[in-house]
Design a protein. Structure first.
Ligand code: PLP
Length: 375
């Protein structure tokens, strides 16, 4: 039997989403930009899907753009800064590489870049306030950290920025990478007051290679290139309609009874967390973290421990799997959160899906115990 606990890296596509993918590929085969009957039919499907996302997220459909995933959504927004007069960009020191990796290029183009430190993984409003300067143009703070699940106080941070704006009489763009937040914590774009956000289908049982970009005020956004002009010139390239339609089905399914599901997953996480703590190991996820992510310090280097678990049919990740290509990424983020070096090296991330069962969780605990005791 296999136990998949690496859902923060990617989830398995749901049956309904997969069926929708196939049905859309078969029925809506034309290019949504074509003006013949089949093209118009595909275009209608695309726009209906956008409307559904708009009502799920409580925003206007004109503020949503389909992309190939969160990495592209983030890249679109940050690269567009290159068109503007350089200023200061502030991001948290624990952002995903999809955000952080842009800093060297921005620096090269004259931007002042600040990676604001976190306190136990959280950005404090006072630290942010101290960094805000008259040339600050962009603030990027993730909603939920992908390594520990820490829930950043986005609303409070946005309020701090809005307060500061009164002194400079100009808006600062507040972006929040929301990949690990959608459907996993209580999340309301309008209430948060952010200007931009990124989402990804494959974290909530949708297909890979499709995501969303939210822009509060799209008219002020100029991408590096409009390419073929799709997505109102904000994201060129033929829309991946089957994946977009499957994303919608997955999101609707995931968000149904979201609070109840999150509560249930929270209880599973607590069970695992208590079991790990009772083995004398240190939990690295803070109290205020997503129900879906649990990080702890194992007794062995994380590559060794993940392999031992894998041999027993349990799949977890060391730090952040989506960044395992960037060596030591999870470890680096944990160090920046103040985790001791020896613990950061041994960090293991267990991540749940909203369909994870109690039986799977009990087996995970039993295998963890066996692996730790047998080492
Ligand atoms: N941001 C965060 C916080 C993530 O966890 C991930 C993926 O793991 C990404 C961005 C990138 O998302 P995508 O795979 O859709 O490009």
């Amino acid at each position: 039997m296999d136990y998949y606990f690496d859902n923060a890296a990617t989830t398995q596509i749901s049956e309904k989403a997969l069926r929708e993918y196939i049905a859309t590929a078969e029925e809506f085969y034309a290019n949504p930009s074509s003006v013949h009957k089949e093209g118009l039919k595909a275009h209608r499907k695309l726009e209906e899907t956008r409307e559904s996302f708009a009502s799920m997220l409580g925003v206007s459909s004109s503020s949503l753009f389909f992309t190939s995933g969160a990495t592209e959504s983030i890249g679109k927004v940050i690269s567009s800064l290159l068109f503007t007069t350089p200023g200061k960009i502030i991001i948290s020191s624990v952002e995903h590489e999809a955000v952080a990796s842009w800093l060297p290029l921005l620096k090269q183009y004259g931007w002042r870049c600040k990676e604001i430190r976190t306190r136990d993984g959280f950005v404090s409003k006072n630290d942010l306030k101290e960094e805000l300067t008259p040339d600050t143009k962009f603030v990027g703070i993730m909603a939920v950290n992908n390594v520990t699940g820490a829930i950043e106080p986005i609303k409070e941070l946005v309020e701090t920025v809005r307060e500061y704006e009164k002194t400079i009489k100009r808006r600062i763009f507040f972006f929040s990478d929301s990949v690990q937040a959608l459907g996993k914590i209580s999340y309301d774009i309008t209430d948060l007051g952010i200007d931009g956000a990124s989402f990804s289908a494959h974290k909530i049982n949708g297909p890979r290679g499709v995501g969303l970009l939210y822009l509060r005020n799209p008219s002020s956004f100029r991408p590096l290139s409009p390419a073929g002009g799709q997505e109102k010139g904000k994201r060129g390239g033929t829309e991946n309609l089957p994946a977009i339609a499957a994303f919608r089905v997955a999101a609707e399914e995931w968000l149904e009874n979201q609070d109840e599901k999150n509560r249930r997953v929270g209880m599973l996480k607590k069970k695992v967390s208590d079991a790990i703590a009772s083995m004398g190991l240190h939990i690295l996820s803070p109290e205020n973290s997503s129900a879906y992510i649990l990080s702890f310090a194992s007794p062995l280097p994380s590559e060794v421990f993940t392999r031992m678990l894998s041999d027993r049919g349990v799949y977890v990740s060391s730090g952040s799997a989506c960044s395992n290509n960037v060596k030591g990424e999870g470890e680096k983020i944990l160090l920046r959160m103040g985790v001791k070096s020896a613990e950061a090296k041994n960090a293991i991330r267990i991540s749940f899906s909203n369909s994870t069962t109690e039986e799977e969780t009990d087996n995970l605990i039993a295998i963890l115990k066996e692996t730790i005791n047998g080492k």
